[in-house]
Design a protein around this ligand. Structure first.
Ligand SMILES: Cc1cc2nc3c(=O)[nH]c(=O)nc-3n(C[C@H](O)[C@H](O)[C@H](O)COP(=O)(O)O)c2cc1C
Length: 341
């Protein structure tokens, strides 16, 4: 291993720009505009202690010989361990490993507590179940201002095809591949192409809803019964007109009051008198069991239709659909406030 003081002219000119009056916050923000993956770098301390920290300064360097680099703040509690260890390991995190990243960036916790570990060269800790893992021999250390740059030669590595955890602007994120398929030409009559957002949303809605309804019917429930029981399951004590109004808002189509009466006749709902003169509808104990059965059916249909989507994609889809719904609400309220022609 060689320790070098950088003589690179680019680095020197970069350092020259940073002087008093240079806005540190702005520089951080500018650095943060570069999207990176997230890694955990590990090694062993002098007494064999497991050492590790979260790093996004990782970069591949060379294919032949295979080399990587990353940098560590000189003030880090781990600096001596990394400076004095002949080996380190880099673990690239997948989209579902945000908690692991946070753990290895936190002070005063046992970062390795309860984690299953493999052992690399010199017994360095190697985390399991990461997206990629590199066991390295330390090749060079460079002084890099308030950081030290470590360059290592790869001794061994493994890799699995997963979605990466992303870090950008101080926040975690997920990767969304740009759509590469050419959009289909618009249908001249409907003026709707299958690439249109509203077409995609309504098409996905009808197809996924179909899958749920098929499953419900298979278990002897109609879509209307499901709607009525889910509404009461969420808001026990509504009156019939409120249930009908909620169903219209949720499904775009109101259920009939007769469905509620049918569920009362079957002993799943009951009418309770209230002081305002409107009978309130409540679940019976049998009704409560039915709601639980319906939730289980819905969850199982949800798992079916998610198909090949991974958990991070499902999370992203929910987030985007919720934002889309909110912006649609905003448009609706603006339109409602305009005078009608
Ligand atoms: C996403 C992310 C990336 C980070 N990347 C680095 C890095 O590349 N180098 C570094 O020195 N610190 C980095 N940090 C900060 C360290 O993980 C953290 O400050 C450090 O582990 C604090 O503990 P220590 O002083 O005991 O090392 C990063 C933190 C996060 C959350």
């Amino acid at each position: 291993m060689t320790t070098q003081t950088s003589t690179n002219s680019d680095l020197r000119s970069g350092a020259a720009k940073a002087g008093p009056g240079f806005d540190g916050r702005a520089l951080r923000d500018a650095f943060g505009s570069f999207a990176t993956g997230v890694t955990i770098v590990t090694t062993s301390g002098p007494a064999g202690a497991d050492i590790g920290f979260t790093a996004n300064s990782f970069s591949s360097v060379s294919l032949d010989p295979p080399m990587v680099l990353w940098s560590l703040a000189r003030t880090s509690s781990s600096i001596d361990a990394f400076r004095n260890s002949a080996h380190f390991a880099v673990h690239i995190l997948s989209a579902d490993q945000e908690a692991l990243s946070a753990r290895f960036a936190s002070k005063s916790i046992d970062r390795f507590g309860g984690l299953a570990l493999d052992r690399g060269p010199d017994g360095i800790p190697m985390l399991q179940d990461c997206m990629a893992r590199f066991a390295c021999k330390l090749a060079y250390q460079y002084e890099g201002g308030d950081h030290v740059i470590f360059v290592g030669e790869i001794l061994d590595f493994s890799h699995s095809a997963r979605k990466p955890l992303v870090f950008h602007g101080g926040r975690y994120g997920m990767l969304l591949p740009k759509q590469t398929a050419a959009a289909e030409p618009a249908d001249a009559l409907s003026n709707l192409s299958s690439d249109d957002l509203l077409y995609q949303v309504s098409n996905a809605y009808f197809r996924t809803r179909h899958a749920v309804i098929d499953k419900l019917e298979h278990h002897g429930w109609s879509a209307e019964e499901y709607a009525a029981l889910s509404i009461i399951g969420r808001e026990d004590g509504l009156c019939i007109p409120e249930i009908v109004a909620r169903s219209e808002k949720l499904r775009g189509q109101a259920i009939s009051a007769a469905i509620v009466q049918k569920l009362i006749a079957h002993g799943l709902l009951r009418e309770v008198d209230s002081t305002d003169g409107q009978a309130r509808i409540r679940l019976t104990p049998e009704g409560r069991l039915s709601v639980m059965e319906l939730i289980a059916i819905r969850k199982s249909s949800e798992a079916d239709v998610q198909g090949s989507l991974d958990p991070s994609e499902v999370q992203l889809l929910k987030h985007l659909l919720s934002r889309l719904g909110n912006s649609a609400d905003a448009v609706t309220s603006v339109e409602a406030s305009k005078p009608r022609r």
